[in-house]
Design a protein around this ligand. Structure first.
Ligand code: ZN
Length: 158
């Protein structure tokens, strides 16, 4: 059975089947503040002159690691997880986007561990899968070191 790909949160990132995958925020046309998660109702900058609109804007595809950690044990309830399934450690990355002057959190791509990361490592946003059930693949974004992508391409060529 084919499962439907569905974003965990609609509108936070582009279709993950197109090549140029990007996070989607909004920018205030009056003060140029960028918001992610997207703010569609009103500008949250207290210094905004007002009168602007919030327009959708793709965020920078690359940034630098601001901080990172990993989750090696199952959090207690109310965290939702199947106690009978083995716990899969995952890596969390906070990425600073210079142009937007913001830090965006996300999981690292599968296979990326804290050993692959350092503060300042250049990473890029790539499509990812957060969860799957009988009917859906719930899609999200992941961060992947840019150098790791280059290494993967070299391995594929050789
Ligand atoms: Zn504004």
């Amino acid at each position: 059975m084919t499962r439907t790909r569905r974003p965990v949160v609609p509108g936070w990132f582009t279709d993950d089947t197109v090549p140029e995958f990007r996070l989607l925020g909004t920018r205030c046309t009056a003060c140029a503040s960028v918001f992610f998660p997207r703010e569609d109702d009103w500008c949250r900058n207290p210094g905004c002159p007002g009168g602007g609109a919030l327009a959708e804007v793709p965020l920078s595809p690359r940034g630098r690691v601001w901080s990172y950690t990993d989750g090696r044990y199952r959090p207690p309830a109310p965290y939702v997880s199947d106690p009978d399934a083995p716990w899969e450690p995952y890596t969390l990355v906070a990425v600073e986007l210079a142009a937007e002057a913001m830090v965006v959190l996300g999981q690292a791509a599968p296979g990326v561990t804290t050993a692959d990361l350092a503060v300042g490592t250049e990473v890029e946003v790539v499509p990812g899968v957060l969860n799957e059930d009988d009917e859906h693949l719930w899609t999200t974004w992941n961060w992947r070191p840019v150098a790791q992508e280059r290494r993967t391409e070299r391995e594929e060529r050789s």
